[in-house]
Design a protein around this ligand. Structure first.
Ligand SMILES: [Zn+2]
Length: 328
């Protein structure tokens, strides 16, 4: 997926400058045949207030068969839903191919499915990849993705039919789109076979420099960093590495007293492994007995009489071994 970033700084939505914490993604399609992602910049980078356009509209990105054009920062409040979803959802438009027109309502007249199949698959794939990227960045899952018409049914968007007037022509739906994002999300994370060198049982300290538990997550309170060490109680969930905000995370399930090592109820938060310092490593403890500089001692006799012990030591030394007598 090719991502081009070019903010629409002239658009009133951009200058309004409101931020959101993305809780979901809304998929739209343009209902404008043949206008591709790069072309929307000059169409929408205009000010309604200044009388340059008759529409107050802005989305975060447009997607076509070539890639993605991002026109607003992802955490900027967009004007795409015509409802409350603007406060929570990142919105992007999938560009529709040319060669047809719109009839009544949202009927695509003269839309040639087989001719457009190749375009549709490429645009679909780019939309899936964009959603995977955003899910990682904002700790979302495929369940947090809806299209405009689904948003209308939920009462958080205006009454538009996209994308369900189009996807079914190619045998797809929002359910199959979400499934494709879900598979892509899991596939990539399961290829990380060893997500972290940190193991269950390791005692860790949270770095003083760490700000959030993971990108997009909650801020770490000071007492979590200075109050105690923490014991890692989970490194996978449902057999998979846990990736939040694009970072591999482990669960801090127990607190460990810094001086006495006493364990108590943990903070039960997932945290990016990059924010941790290992204090006691379980895996290194297990490896200790096979370290090369370990010594193995062999005792070959125990005597109550010192003379007998010295006699045996002489024999051992003559045989070419080093030895000593230890009184115990
Ligand atoms: Zn829409």
């Amino acid at each position: 997926m090719e991502l081009n970033v070019k903010y629409m700084t002239r658009n009133d939505c951009f200058t309004a400058g409101r931020k959101i914490t993305p809780k979901g993604i809304m998929v739209h399609s343009t209902a404008t045949p043949g206008v591709m992602a790069a072309d929307w910049f000059s169409r929408w980078n205009k000010s309604y207030k200044a009388g340059e356009t008759n529409r107050q509209v802005a989305v975060h990105a447009f997607v076509d068969d070539k890639g993605v054009w991002q026109y607003l920062p992802w955490n900027h409040r967009g004007w795409h839903a015509g409802g409350a979803a603007n406060n929570t959802h990142i919105g992007f438009e999938i560009c529709e191919p040319g060669g047809f027109s719109y009839g009544k309502g949202s009927a695509m007249v003269g839309y040639n499915v087989s001719k457009n199949e190749d375009y549709f698959r490429k645009a679909w794939q780019n939309a899936v990849e964009l959603c995977v990227m955003l899910c990682r960045q904002y700790d979302l899952t495929e369940e947090d993705i809806i299209c405009h018409s689904e948003g209308a049914k939920k009462g958080i968007a205006s009454n538009h039919g996209d994308v369900m007037h189009w996807f079914p022509k190619h045998g797809e739906s929002m359910n199959s789109f979400r499934a494709a994002v879900g598979i892509a999300l899991n596939k990539t994370s399961s290829t990380v076979s060893s997500p972290t060198s940190i193991q269950v049982g390791d005692v860790v300290e949270v770095k003083a420099s760490a700000g959030k538990y993971y990108p997009g997550g909650a801020t770490i309170p000071g007492w979590v960093k200075t109050g105690s060490y923490h014991k890692v109680t989970q490194v996978v969930s449902n057999g998979k590495p846990v990736v939040k905000g694009g970072k591999t995370c482990v669960l801090l399930g127990k607190k460990v007293d810094k001086r006495k090592g006493k364990e108590s109820t943990g903070i039960m938060s997932w945290i990016d492994v990059g924010s941790l310092i290992v204090i006691v490593s379980k895996s290194k403890e297990v490896k200790k007995p096979i370290e090369r500089n370990s010594l193995y001692r062999v005792q070959i006799g125990a005597f109550s009489n010192q003379e007998n012990a010295e006699t045996l030591l002489e024999k051992v030394k003559k045989a070419g071994f080093d030895g000593f007598i230890k009184k115990g």
